[in-house]
Design a binder for this molecule. Structure first.
Ligand code: PMP
Length: 429
């Protein structure tokens, strides 16, 4: 056995585990978790807005009245009643399906993992937006996929760039997109854009993996119609209760064409035997007994107020040359720094100034994003958000002065942000 003193098994791991690397950023984020730091980094839903007594009551009744089911193994595909309720919710974004085509998962993260597992051999290509969800990139990397980025414009995934990605790469297995209130870009595809993207996918005969955890968290008007509402054969749809009820329940779902659904159930059974019956029954009761649409409105209002706080304070405080996206829902805004700045190199100074963000490179598989960072407004209250922006603006100003004086951005050497920038767990969301 070779190995080293830290890990005797270092030479034994599968190749797919080589993508699971760590970085200096992890240590920084453990500092960022301190209460004196304003964290605009993690995308953690504000679960304190839920009535915890209500959940305690539901959980107690689930155990008392349905204990024999709740505490037992269950169906690999998920509870039948919950799958029907899921279709009621998905109907709000125009998705109509049969409960047989719904698979309940431990969050949509598991859906991402299962879909990749059944479609991708090492070296197969997936096309993703630029930037894309860090947790999805981690999954694609762990299955040794070739990740190809397609550009975004203010309407989301750019059709021309998508077409190029599809033309130039053999064995594209699917197009991964987050059409509504994108993580991390904060952008939303228009209805026209969704139709265009779908038409291109159909032309190339490549399925779309549509990830929609934020679709019901829009700040104005009706929720955007899912791409899956336009075609139920070419689109695999991922949904989640994490943002509309509670992420700790770990309940999400996949709605897929029949053949894909069959494979997914087998893969899900191999991974976990079945989703948690207890969590499913809690969700199911909550949906049956509580005014959940009202609770979603509460979340929408809360996040809108926080979005406004972020945008207003950035407008007032950010130095010239910093730009950002204006999210119409969800949790995130995507910032672009003046060209000479590097968001990864700047992070230690930001944390020293008691504010945290996620540097842009983590959202790319190819080292792009040094000039970008993601801010999330879902967790801190508006006053903390303003304070966080004040601190961050001060850090950016100081960086700009450094560049003015010395002509280079602070730290020397290559950016620690690379294809393998590791983002710690709580910031993966
Ligand atoms: N997709 C996207 C775009 C996300 O932002 C997240 C986490 N916030 C997930 C999937 C995974 O969420 P969950 O597993 O909690 O449903």
């Amino acid at each position: 056995m070779a190995g080293n003193r830290m890990d005797p098994w270092v030479d034994s791991y599968a190749q797919r585990a080589q993508g699971l690397t760590t970085s200096a950023i992890r240590a920084l984020f453990s500092v960022a978790a301190r209460p004196e730091v304003v964290s605009l980094a993690g995308g953690m839903p504000y679960v304190s807005a839920l009535d915890s007594d209500q959940f305690a009551d539901i959980a107690a009744r689930v155990v008392r009245e349905q204990g024999a089911v709740a505490l037992q193994y269950g169906s690999g595909q998920g509870d039948q009643t919950l799958r029907e309720q899921i279709l009621e919710i998905s109907g709000l974004v125009g998705v109509r399906s049969h409960p047989d085509d719904v698979v309940v998962t431990a969050g949509s993260q598991m859906g991402l993992d299962l879909v990749t597992k059944i479609f991708c051999d090492p070296g197969d290509t997936v096309i993703v937006e630029s930037p894309s969800y860090v947790g999805a990139l981690g999954v694609f990397r762990s299955y040794q996929c070739n990740v190809v980025h397609a550009a975004m414009d203010e309407q989301g995934l750019d059709p021309q760039s998508l077409r190029e990605g599809l033309s130039e790469n053999p064995r594209v297995k699917f197009i991964y997109t987050i059409p509504s209130f994108h993580n991390p870009a904060g952008l939303t595809q228009s209805y026209e854009r969704r139709k265009e993207i779908l038409a291109i996918a159909q032309e190339f005969n490549v399925p779309i993996l549509e990830d929609d955890p934020y679709g019901l968290l829009g700040f104005e008007g009706e929720p955007p119609k899912a791409i899956r509402s336009l075609d139920d054969q070419s689109v695999i749809y991922l949904g989640s209760f994490s943002k509309i009820i509670a992420s700790g329940l770990r309940v999400g779902w996949v709605i897929a064409p029949h053949g894909v659904r069959e494979k997914l159930v087998l893969a899900a059974e191999a991974a976990t035997l079945c989703p948690s019956n207890f969590s499913q029954l809690v969700v199911s009761r909550y949906l049956a007994e509580q005014p959940w649409q009202q609770q979603i409105k509460v979340f929408q209002e809360l996040y809108r107020e926080r979005r406004d706080a972020l945008l207003q304070s950035m407008q007032a405080l950010m130095p010239l040359g910093v730009t950002w996206t204006v999210p119409l829902g969800g949790f995130y805004s995507w910032l672009t720094l003046p060209q000479q700045l590097n968001a990864t190199n700047m992070l230690p100074r930001a944390i020293g100034s008691m504010v945290a963000y996620v540097p842009g490179t983590g959202f790319f598989a190819d080292g792009q994003g040094a000039q970008n960072l993601r801010l999330s407004y879902c967790y801190p209250d508006p006053a903390r958000i303003e304070e966080g922006v004040r601190r961050l603006s001060g850090v950016i100003e100081a960086e700009l002065e450094l560049v003015d004086t010395f002509g280079v951005n602070g730290d020397s050497g290559p950016s620690t942000g690379s294809a393998h920038t590791h983002i710690p767990k709580s910031d993966l969301v």
